[in-house]
Design a protein around this ligand. Structure first.
Ligand code: ADP
Length: 684
């Protein structure tokens, strides 16, 4: 399968007519394009993923900042509430002893360094006491301040916006205002006794924002509900309050949104990534900023490395593609040469693998079968090519099977026909040769075939000619023979001894010539006649031959031993005459080469689809070295023993048996006798 695909692949390139640049381009595209596309997609995915990661990290930092600020404010409110609810403290406030009350709180700014000042207000917003002491503010009313408005709204703890201190040094602060209430059990019964105010310097808030690590080059700052900046590293708490109310991200964070924005900062002349989130409960905003160049530095360096590694991969892939295309070009040129070579062969040539799938198909094979290479390559041979036997019309691929099995060249059987694509049958001949792999095992076969119609025509003309010549020769020879057999002639030649010798010579030569002519005529006849198989009884043929030769057998006191089984199968033969000829010849030899008083034993066996007939004699036998020779024409082994013969008998017997799709075997022991075994098919 794999080989088939590789062949198709190579064939595809081969068809590009040797346009090597096109081949290279296709290979390059096949290898590089998927790499390029996959690299591009992966690059984009990595970029997206890392960007999201970078941004989400900034978002997390902003979220962390809101938690931090909320916790700080919560903590100060908790502190303030616990101070404002102290029993002793509350009693002093209730009885108007503000100075005593503030003394209780004097240690607070020292214990909690983030608290700048602690102030006590009456419920109307007038400062009654302060620690550390700032005498000039005592008695001043600050009801206009945001913290007063905030806390007095519902008399709940309140974190103010950023504001500038009233007394010098006028740095910016934020206050936490806690209502001081009477200790009645029910909330609604509690009276407002005053306000406890804890002020926090913006420097403290800057310390808090510094607790958050926004990454290199980044910083965190907060804005109050009005957009006033707190904890910004660039603005000192002593400067004027800076309002970012118009900055887009501040606007968004104050309206409750959270998110990310990449903006160009005109003042700093750089692009910045800002993550923002609102501080829950207090309505403040936390903003984390970092220059994009720094925020995305890791991402950029990763992507740069990726680009370099992708570039190297592509570079290697490019060379790989180049070498592959180079080798494919070489293979395709080799393939082209092979094809030109195969196509220049006049005979049909094709190859099959060991699964009998067609792997090679030359031009002549196309011309002879009508099937093009495209139609057959990779397909099972038996689905395309039909080699059949002329007489039986059965598939005839024994020569291929044997070539593959024995690893030897095997000729196609005679009378093999090929069924063409259009259904026409043509006589073909030639052979199958095994293909060996590197281990020396057969892994395919090359089949060569050609149209032999013309050869057959020529042979037929030749056979007809021989038939005519032999036939014409027989007439005068028969005349001479019959004259020589006439009594008058015999008498005439018996008068003189030398004439008698001449007569005997003439007579034996004429008989020999007549036998030869008759034998030749049988061969010529068998070729001239067609072949159509019919079923016959071989025992009838044997009995007929025995009967015909009985006189000669008797003259040598030879006896037959033949007991045919009652249910002997019939055999399918093309010609009954030829069967007579075969057995006549074999019995003649069995008598001729037998001893005086010898025996001829005939037996049958059934082997496979064949009826085997054994004719054994008790004669002179055949020397082992001669056994292979006896079926050749004009071969006589026992000439010197004075036994008459032409040397054609067994040659004709073999030919006629083969014509009947059978075979002949011989086994013999010199001086003891011979057995000739004839195999004839029981089925057509
Ligand atoms: P021939 O006309 O000489 O008999 P064949 O072709 O019939 O020609 O036989 C070829 C040779 O085979 C013979 O010359 C003979 O030596 C040998 N041969 C054939 N049949 C027998 C047999 N039954 N026993 C011994 N030799 C035989």
């Amino acid at each position: 399968m794999m080989k088939k695909n590789v062949d198709q692949f190579i064939n595809f390139f081969f068809k590009l007519n040797n346009k090597s640049w096109l081949v290279s381009l296709i290979i390059l595209s096949i290898i590089i394009s998927p790499l390029l596309i996959s690299d591009f997609i992966q690059y984009k995915l990595a970029e997206k993923h890392l960007t999201e990661l970078t941004l989400s990290r900034r978002k997390s930092v902003a979220h962390l900042a809101t938690i931090l600020l909320k916790e700080k404010f919560d903590h100060i409110i908790d502190l303030g509430t616990s101070l404002a609810t102290r029993v002793q403290f509350r009693k002093l406030i209730e009885t108007g002893k503000w100075d005593d009350a503030i003394k209780i709180l004097a240690s607070v700014p020292k214990d909690f360094l983030y608290i700048d000042k602690v102030l006590l207000f009456d419920p109307k917003g007038t400062i009654m006491a302060v620690t550390p002491d700032v005498p000039e503010v005592i008695g001043q009313n600050f009801a206009y301040r945001d913290y007063y408005k905030g806390v007095s709204k519902n008399w709940q703890p309140y974190v103010s916006d950023v504001f500038k201190r009233a007394v010098k040094p006028q740095y910016n602060v934020v206050s936490v205002a806690i209502p001081i209430k009477s200790d009645d059990i029910k909330e609604s019964d509690r009276k407002i006794l005053g306000i406890l105010l804890l002020t926090i310097k913006l420097d403290t808030i800057l310390d808090w924002s510094n607790e958050i690590d926004p990454g290199n080059g980044g910083f965190t700052y907060f804005v109050d509900r009005n957009g006033n900046v707190a904890g910004h590293p660039k603005f000192s708490s002593r400067d004027n309050i800076v309002n970012f109310g118009e900055v887009p991200v501040v606007k968004k964070v104050l309206s409750g949104e959270s998110g990310l924005e990449i903006l160009y900062n005109q003042i700093e002349k750089e692009e910045r990534i800002s993550a923002y989130e609102q501080v829950p409960v207090y309505g403040w905003g936390a903003i984390v900023q970092q220059p994009t160049t720094i925020a995305f530095a890791t991402l950029k360096s990763y992507l740069r490395l990726r680009l370099i590694s992708d570039g190297i991969t592509l570079f290697i892939a490019f060379f790989l593609a180049y070498f592959i295309s180079f080798f494919i070009n070489i293979i395709s040129v080799y393939h082209q040469k092979e094809k030109i070579f195969m196509d220049s062969i006049g005979d049909g040539v094709f190859a099959i693998d060991r699964f009998w799938n067609i792997t090679l198909w030359n031009k002549a094979a196309y011309e002879l079968t009508g099937w093009s290479a495209d139609e057959v390559i990779g397909k099972p041979f038996r689905n395309i090519i039909k080699f059949i036997d002329e007489a039986t019309k059965k598939e005839n691929v024994l020569f291929i099977e044997e070539a593959m099995l024995y690893g030897e060249v095997r000729p196609m059987e005679n009378h093999t026909f090929l069924i063409q694509k259009n259904g026409q049958e043509i006589p073909v001949g030639d052979s199958a040769s095994p293909i060996f792999d590197r281990k020396g095992q057969v892994n395919g076969c090359i089949i060569v075939f050609r149209d032999v119609s013309k050869d057959l025509e020529v042979e037929k003309v030749k056979d007809d000619f021989i038939f005519r010549v032999v036939h014409d020769l027989r007439s005068p020879l028969t005349v001479i023979s019959s004259i020589l057999s006439e009594e008058d002639t015999i008498k005439l030649f018996s008068l003189d001894t030398s004439a008698k010798e001449a007569y005997d010579l003439m007579n034996s030569a004429t008989k020999k010539m007549l036998k030869m002519v008759n034998d030749l005529l049988s061969v010529a006849k068998s070729k001239a006649l067609g072949t159509s198989f019919k079923k016959i009884s071989i025992s009838d043929v044997i009995k007929e031959a025995m009967k015909a030769l009985k006189p000669i057998a008797i003259s040598k006191q030879i006896i037959y031993e033949y007991l045919p089984p009652s249910e002997l199968p019939t055999v399918a033969v093309p010609n009954l005459e030829h069967m007579n000829e075969i057995f006549n010849n074999l019995f003649t030899n069995a008598i001729k080469y037998n001893k005086q008083g010898g025996r001829i034993i005939i037996t049958h066996e059934i082997i496979g689809g064949f009826l085997k007939t054994n004719i054994s004699d008790t004669g002179i036998g055949i020397a082992e070295k001669n056994i292979d020779k006896i079926f050749a024409s004009y071969t006589r082994i026992n000439e010197k023993e004075g036994i008459q013969g032409t040397g054609l008998g067994l040659y004709i017997v073999k030919k006629l048996i083969e014509e009947a799709k059978g075979k002949i075997e011989v086994s013999s022991k010199e001086g003891e006798g011979s057995t000739f075994s004839v195999y004839l098919p029981t089925e057509i």
